[in-house]
Design a protein around this ligand. Structure first.
Ligand code: ATP
Length: 793
């Protein structure tokens, strides 16, 4: 690291820490430093104190109303998932009663669920593929017919209007669904799935309604001619299928099948969702290994060997099922030649010399620069959308406008670029003569009158000389801009295919240039088109391992691996020099508290005592119902440390108490809802017939405290929290450093972490959001750390 970089980091760190006095490790907080709240009357007062920043209370960053579209805020609306198992008495009781047989049964159930996820994801992919193919066939056949008819009559505006109208009508349907029925189904869904797997609850992201809108939306987007693909949405679809099946119930249909109840917890559900996302990749690209690696590289923060195996099983089942279905549909049952939705055609292994490696690096650099530019334009557009295109109808209008502009661009290119080739030289399905001589067809029309995926195939496989360099250049500029405008519209579509298409076009263009410069060499255009496609996509999404494997599996050529790896690595490094990958940009724009892979560097001098919130709202092991209700009403926190009640002879009532466990808001709500309380504080919980299923029944949507009816008399009762709380939560001492806190949250998927002093008394509270607030920024070789603001939006 250069001196200047170090200096910037040091400056930033000292700026970050200067407003809070670091607590030296030997310092033990005293009761005058911190207070702890146990009394109902304290609660309201302290919340007010906090907001005013009164002495003795750490002024927690206030939740602000920040102008949307800012990159340095975290949104308070996202809650965290809890990967940690609550090992309470009820769980131990259940384990003891059910024994080993239940463990085996659960394991078998996991494999069966993964099998179902693979099959159903593949069937959804099959339906989407067939719909897109059939509707596109009808659309382009009609358009060709119309062009052929009206070109003679010099009335080409009629097919043009037809094209625009057909695009708008189809896109309108999908866009209405996304804008009005399920906005979370917009885009590819990969950023949302990535957040979910990282441990952030994104509302409605894995609902069946979302899946339905996603599937219809992607069909309409591709048939509507937008510069989008069906592959990204498949990943989201796989995740929804996994979440739905593994929970054995559907919130959309309000139906509980009363199966797989024991998987109704964040921990289990998230494992299935990562398997589902992988099965989606596998169906999209016919890439089972790429699917597993995708989940590992892009999404899942928590991984283990068992999960690897199951995920791999799911991806294999998914590609196999899709293969059988598509092969049968295309009239070759049993042939198994359609492993995924993306079919790049049969690629030959391309021989390469060592002196070509710098050429691949150059391609990687071009891809990195273009990808960064693509991301930058998309970022500016997204900010504009967030600020000004907010109402659903405006979003629908924008989508329809893009659909019309896309058709206009295509039409102008066909019309203006006079690029004709003799028929029969390339396998176009809709050869359009337009103004070409007899026996020739318009190459741009051939590219536009088919799905973008088929166009990628054309750029990869058509022989050298099939396209004029000028046509390719115009196509690259148009498609580059259209695709960056399309991503983020209120439609469901992904960015893989449009970027592969743009990259394949400029790769082919550079191949023509190389051929021109080295006339003695016969340049293989497929090689450069493929490397260009990989570079462009890599420059946008910044994936390396998984993308390499996906491309290798999709093209079926392991021998092409090295050029692709080199290209993707250089594309990532080049792109990272300018900005982040597109998914991360969208995640930051949404203010999602995502935990990165590594803790912020040079942060060992930031201590838990500076990061934590205090005073802490705690509950006593045997707590008064009225107090719990009041607490839940006044504060919005989701976790509360459970502490020992003060001893009768404890003179100083405000000192903090020894930590006994952690209890979640959701658990308290279920206890209140089921009225698990006693008139008498000495009555034990065993009087109630309570088991884990009481909590699982409500998972994952619990009623709010306002929805519960609790009478004044009930408020005088008490709840014994001990059997329900997590009796051994992870804790850290107040002197722990930020990287240590970070690793604990990241590796264990924690949601809350009580901070204790040397006597195991709770002195503070750290949540996932508190950690996610510290973010590293890198820009053009500089590096630093910033503390993000907390926004209410
Ligand atoms: P999540 O949103 O992850 O589901 P949460 O609602 O409990 O969890 P946050 O929204 O992250 O917590 O908390 C906002 C702020 O409140 C954080 O700064 C956190 O440290 C603080 N906080 C959380 N729980 C408590 C508590 N029991 N007592 C005092 N402060 C708390």
């Amino acid at each position: 690291m250069s001196n200047s970089t170090t200096q910037i980091m040091e400056e930033t760190v000292s700026e970050t820490t200067s407003d809070t006095a670091p607590l030296v490790s030997s310092e033990v907080p005293s009761s005058s430093n911190y207070t702890q709240l146990n009394h109902t009357s304290d609660i309201q007062e302290t919340v007010e104190d906090e907001l005013q920043g009164s002495h003795g209370v750490r002024r927690r960053q206030p939740i602000q109303k920040i102008e949307p579209g800012s990159m340095n805020t975290l949104s308070a609306k996202y809650e965290s998932l809890d990967y940690d198992t609550c090992e309470n008495h009820l769980l131990l009781d259940e384990e003891r009663k059910r024994g080993y047989a239940f463990i085996v049964w659960k394991d078998i159930a996991r494999w069966v669920i993964v099998l179902l996820i693979g099959v159903i994801t593949a069937l959804i992919a099959f339906i989407i593929d067939i719909c897109i193919e059939e509707f596109s066939k009808i659309k382009y056949k009609q358009l060709k017919k119309s062009v052929d008819t009206y070109v003679m009559l010099d009335k080409l505006y009629i097919p043009y209007l037809l094209w625009v109208l057909s695009n708008i009508c189809v896109v309108f349907i999908g866009s209405m669904l996304v804008a009005y029925v399920e906005p979370v189904a917009a885009g590819s869904g990969i950023p949302q799935v990535k957040c979910y797997l990282n441990g952030v609850k994104v509302s409605r992201v894995v609902r069946i309604k979302t899946l339905f809108v996603k599937a219809v939306g992607v069909i309409t987007a591709v048939v509507g001619g937008l510069a989008g693909g069906k592959e990204g949405p498949m990943i989201h679809s796989g995740a929804v299928v996994a979440a739905g099946i593994s929970q054995g119930k559907s919130t959309t249909f309000n139906k509980d099948f009363k199966i797989f109840q024991y998987f109704r917890e964040d921990h289990e559900k998230r494992d299935f969702v990562s398997g589902g996302a992988a099965a989606g990749v596998s169906a999209a690209f016919g890439a089972p290994i790429g699917g597993v690696l995708f989940s590992l590289e892009e999404g899942t923060s928590f991984w283990n060997q068992g999960l690897t195996w199951r995920t791999f099983f799911g991806t294999v089942v998914s590609t196999f099922t899709l293969n059988i279905a598509l092969s049968a549909y295309h009239g070759h049952p049993g042939e198994l030649s359609y492993p995924g939705l993306l079919n790049l055609g049969k690629m030959e292994p391309f021989p390469f010399q060592f002196y070509e490696l710098p050429v691949f690096m150059f391609f990687g650099m071009v891809g990195g620069v273009l990808g960064a530019l693509w991301n930058y334009i998309n970022y500016r557009l997204s900010v504009f959308r967030i600020r000004y295109i907010r109402s659903p109808w405006l979003r629908v209008v924008e989508a329809c406008l893009v659909a019309a502009v896309t058709a206009t661009c295509g039409f102008l290119m066909m019309f203006v670029l006079d690029d004709c080739r003799p028929l029969g030289e390339d396998p176009t399905k809709v050869p359009l003569q337009l103004f070409c001589a007899d026996g020739e067809y318009n190459t741009m029309a051939a590219i536009w009158f088919q799905t973008p995926e088929a166009s990628v195939r054309s750029f990869l496989h058509d022989p050298m000389g099939s396209y004029k360099p000028l046509s390719l250049l115009v196509f690259v500029i148009c498609y580059f801009l259209l695709s960056t405008w399309t991503f983020g519209l209120a439609v469901s579509s992904g960015l893989f295919i449009p970027n592969l298409l743009t990259g394949a076009a400029w790769g082919r263009m550079l191949a023509i240039l190389i051929q021109y410069m080295l006339p003695s060499n016969t340049v293989n255009p497929a090689k450069y088109a493929l490397v260009g496609a990989a570079a462009q996509l890599g420059g946008v999404v910044r994936m390396t391992i998984s993308l390499t494997v996906i491309i290798i599996e999709t093209t079926g050529q392991i021998s092409n691996a090295l050029p692709i790896i080199i290209t993707l690595v250089v594309a990532k490094w080049t792109g990272d020099f300018f900005n982040e990958g597109i998914y991360d940009i969208h995640i930051q724009l949404a203010g999602v508290p995502l935990l990165p892979w590594e803790p912020p560097p040079l942060a060992h001098n930031i201590y838990a005592s500076e990061v934590m919130s205090h005073p802490v709202f705690t509950l006593r092991t045997v707590e008064n119902v009225g107090h719990i209700v009041e607490l839940l009403r006044v504060v919005s926190y989701n976790g509360f440390p459970v502490v020992d009640p003060p001893l009768a002879d404890d003179a100083e009532v405000t000192t903090y108490k020894r930590l006994r466990g952690m209890i979640l808001r959701s658990q308290l709500i279920v206890l209140l809802q089921n009225k698990i309380y006693n008139e008498n504080a000495n009555t034990t919980w065993s009087n109630f017939n309570v088991d884990m299923n009481m909590f699982r029944k409500e998972y994952p949507r619990y009623p709010s405290i306002e929805e519960l009816e609790i009478s004044d008399w009930e408020k005088t009762c008490t709840i014994d929290l001990r059997p329900f709380m997590n009796p051994s939560p992870y804790t850290l001492p107040h002197r722990a450093s930020l990287p240590r806190l970070f690793r604990l949250f990241r590796a264990l998927g924690l949601r809350h972490l009580p901070i204790v002093n040397d006597l195991n008394e709770v002195v503070g509270m750290v949540t996932r959001k508190d950690i996610a607030r510290y973010r590293v920024w890198r820009h053009r070789g500089h590096m630093g750390m910033e503390e993000l603001l907390l926004s209410s939006e």
